[in-house]
Write a protein that binds this ligand. Sequence first.
Ligand code: 6PG
Length: 224
Amino acid sequence: MRLEILDDAEAVAAAAAERLAAASGHVALAGGSTPKRAYALAAERREDWRGVTLWLGDERLVPDEDERSNAAMIREHLLTRIARSRLPGFEPVRTELALEVAADDYDARLRAAGGALDLALMGLGPDAHTASLFPGKPALDEARRLAVGVPEAGMKPHVARVTLTFPAFAAAREVVFLVAGEDKAEALARAFGDTPDPAAPAGRIRPASGDLLVLADLAAAQRI
Ligand code: 6PG
């Protein structure tokens, strides 16, 4: 694991954008609010996104146009800023399906694409969750499937989710966490500090033969 401490959220977004803009192959994107700026900056840095296929680290089971939809956020901040003829592939979760059917469908599609992400951008919750791998929930025990349903989210918005699993992230060639803000300081220390807390899901993301980079701003890194 490599921890890079940057001045502020803007610098974290810029560093993440640089990696995303340089990516090729299969890339999983984080939802939530921290990566929005990184996605907008990545769209500015790179014109031609052909050769990249975007996946979601997790998705909320809401209609496509819902404001809580991670796919909608990615369309708004990244895809609508790229010329039509130069768009990446996009593989959103089919949220119109029942939860377990949507999860199985996502697992099957990622497997059909080779099963190994080239890059995964991840967020960190104040409870040390990442993707929709919430502390104490059954999704943490998944040892085989690449995507599972999460009927009860551990944090707002309290809607069912589909999430990629530890095995999916373990197969990734590169994992990059984006962490900004004081409210993430405790979670960052629990997940990536000297004595990681096994109850902090983000700390259990370990690419088996890839790189793990944590980009954190000063406010988030104050307890590490
Ligand atoms: C989601 C996420 C989630 C997120 C963290 C951090 O869809 O909820 O993918 O894991 O990355 O909750 O979210 P913020 O960036 O909004 O703090």
